[in-house]
Design a protein around this ligand. Structure first.
Ligand SMILES: NC(=O)c1ccc[n+]([C@@H]2O[C@H](COP(=O)([O-])OP(=O)(O)OC[C@H]3O[C@@H](n4cnc5c(N)ncnc54)[C@H](O)[C@@H]3O)[C@@H](O)[C@H]2O)c1
Length: 254
C-alpha cells in the first residue's frame, strides 16, 4: 500500500514506542515524514531508520506551543504542505489523587492534554488548506480509568473529548479528527512493568487476545484513520485493545 505518497505527516513522540512504529508505517506507505521528540539522542537514533530525503527530525517539546508551531512551519517549508498530524507524545507518572505530586500532575496535563491541543492548534491552519486530518493517541485509560494513574486518566479523558470537539468544529471544513485508544502496548513507557513476570501473568488472564499490543498493531490503525479509507470516520475514539474494553472485568471462566 502506498496511501501516503506525496503526503506529509508529523508524528510527535516519534523517537520511541508507538510513535516510532507509527512513523515507520507512514514511511512504508510513502509519506514525507516529520518526526519530533523531546529526547534528542533517541530522536537521532530513530531518524537513522528513515530515508533522509523524505524525512525531517526535529527536537520539540509538545508542551511548548512555539516549538510545535515551528515544527509545522519547518514541515511546510521542506515538503510544501501538511496532510496529517499524529499527536502521540506522552508520559505516564503514577499516583492517585491523594499522592500524585503536583509536578507530575502538571507535567502530565501539559504533555498529554495541552500538548495534544497545541499540536491540533498549530497544525490546523495547514490541515484546513489540504483537507487533512488529525489522529491523537489517547488510551483505554481515557475511556475507563486505570488504577493509580489519576493524572494520566484525566489527561487521556480530556484527549477523548478534545478529539470529538475538533471533529465537530472542523468537519465541515474538510478536516477529520479521530483518536486511537491502545491498551497495554510494549514500549519504553511499559518496559519496567512488562519485566515484572507476576504482574504480566495477572494481566494476561484478562487480555482477550492473550497478548499485549505491539507498536505496529497501533500504527496500522493510525494509518487507516489517516487515510482516505477512513474518509467518513470522524470524532471516533477507537479502542485498539484486543477486546479489553469489551470485557466486564471478570476473569475468564475455564
Ligand atoms: N504503552 C502503552 O501501553 C500505551 C497505552 C495506551 C496509550 N499509550 C500512549 O501512547 C503514546 C506513546 O507512548 P509509548 O507507549 O510509545 O511510550 P514511549 O515512552 O515509548 O514513547 C513516548 C515518547 O514521547 C516522548 N515525549 C515525552 N514527553 C514529550 C514532550 N513533552 N514532547 C515531545 N515528546 C515527548 C518521549 O521522549 C518518548 O520518545 C503516549 O501518548 C501514551 O500515553 C501508551
Amino acid at each position: 500500500m502506498n496511501r501516503f505518497k506525496d503526503k506529509t505527516v508529523i508524528v510527535t513522540g516519534a523517537a520511541s514506542g508507538i510513535g516510532r512504529g507509527v512513523a515507520k508505517r507512514f514511511a512504508e506507505e510513502g509519506a514525507n515524514l516529520v518526526i519530533c521528540d523531546i529526547d534528542q539522542a533517541k530522536l537521532e537514533h530513530a531518524a537513522r531508520e528513515f530515508e533522509p530525503e523524505s524525512m525531517l527530525a526535529l527536537h520539540c517539546d509538545v508542551s511548548n506551543f512555539g516549538q510545535i508551531e515551528s515544527v509545522v512551519k519547518e514541515a511546510v517549508k521542506r515538503f510544501e504542505a501538511l496532510h496529517v498530524i499524529v499527536n502521540n507524545a506522552g508520559v505516564a507518572p503514577e499516583g492517585s489523587a491523594l499522592d500524585v505530586s503536583f509536578d507530575d500532575w502538571n507535567k502530565t496535563i501539559a504533555t498529554n492534554l495541552t500538548g495534544v491541543f497545541f499540536g491540533c492548534r498549530a497544525a490546523s491552519p495547514e490541515l484546513l488548506k489540504t483537507r487533512g486530518c488529525i489522529v491523537n493517541t489517547a488510551s483505554v485509560s481515557g475511556l475507563g480509568a486505570d488504577w493509580g494513574l489519576c493524572a494520566y486518566n484525566a489527561a487521556k479523558g480530556g484527549v477523548v473529548n478534545l478529539t470529538r470537539s475538533i471533529a465537530l468544529d472542523f468537519g465541515r471544513r474538510g478536516v477529520r479528527a479521530n483518536s486511537v485508544c491502545p491498551s497495554l502496548t510494549e514500549t519504553g513507557m511499559t518496559k519496567d512493568m512488562l519485566e515484572d513476570e507476576a504482574l504480566v501473568a495477572k494481566f494476561m488472564e484478562r487480555l482477550p487476545l492473550g497478548r499485549v499490543a505491539q507498536p505496529a498493531d497501533i500504527a496500522a490503525v493510525v494509518a487507516f484513520l489517516s487515510s482516505d479509507d477512513a474518509r467518513f470516520v470522524n470524532g471516533v475514539n477507537m479502542p485498539v485493545d484486543g477486546g479489553v474494553t469489551a470485557s466486564n472485568g471478570q476473569p475468564p471462566q475455564e
